[in-house]
Design a binder for this molecule. Sequence first.
Ligand code: ADE
Length: 232
Amino acid sequence: MWQALVLTLFPEMFPGPLAFSLAGRALREGRWALAVHDIRSHGKGRHRTVDDTPFGGGAGMVMRPDVVDSAIAATVPAGDARPLVYLTPRGRLLDQAMVRELARGPGVVLLCGRYEGVDQRVIEARAMREISIGDYVLSGGELAALVLLDACVRLLPGVMGAAESAEEESHAAGLLEYPQYTRPAEWQGRSVPAVLLSGHHAEVARWRREQAEAATRERRPDLWNRLPTHTG
Ligand code: ADE
């Protein structure tokens, strides 16, 4: 079974939204497992201190390497095959290819940082994989961990139905999704594109492809220019 372990100072934030919808049903069905561990329990002294001021000065607090290392040592068995991921805006940008790779594996161990981050030495000593979910700064790694887990879990065997799996193919092609329509066929004077009502499957497929390409070209030139047909 695909096993996720989350190391966090805010264990109450889990499973949170992952208890609902697709991920929640899959969790209850035992298609994946979630363990959550409170880093605070490895804190130092009477106050269970987990952070300290940054060497060299500056704002905020940094999570101590010894505390983070204890949390990992207590929860991750030696030889555990799961990648140890540290969620940070300094990380490599998460994309669908990384999600697919993580979902194919045995699971993930996710370290959620707070404050100004985690001491660099434990990141290196534990060979952590640093991942960002986008070019913006969250107040901690917890929401990023929830995003990563949701993206992975929906790809696990038996989690999505056939209809949803087919939809996945469009993103696999590196394009944005085509627009969707449902009933009523006319709403507030707006009609559904006629081709979608025509019953001509080949024409529907062609129209959707054109729409997906136009949206990608206009909205995401970065994705468009990375398509295989546009390289070399
Ligand atoms: N922690 C704070 N901001 C983050 C981001 N954008 N991605 C991953 N972890 C984060």
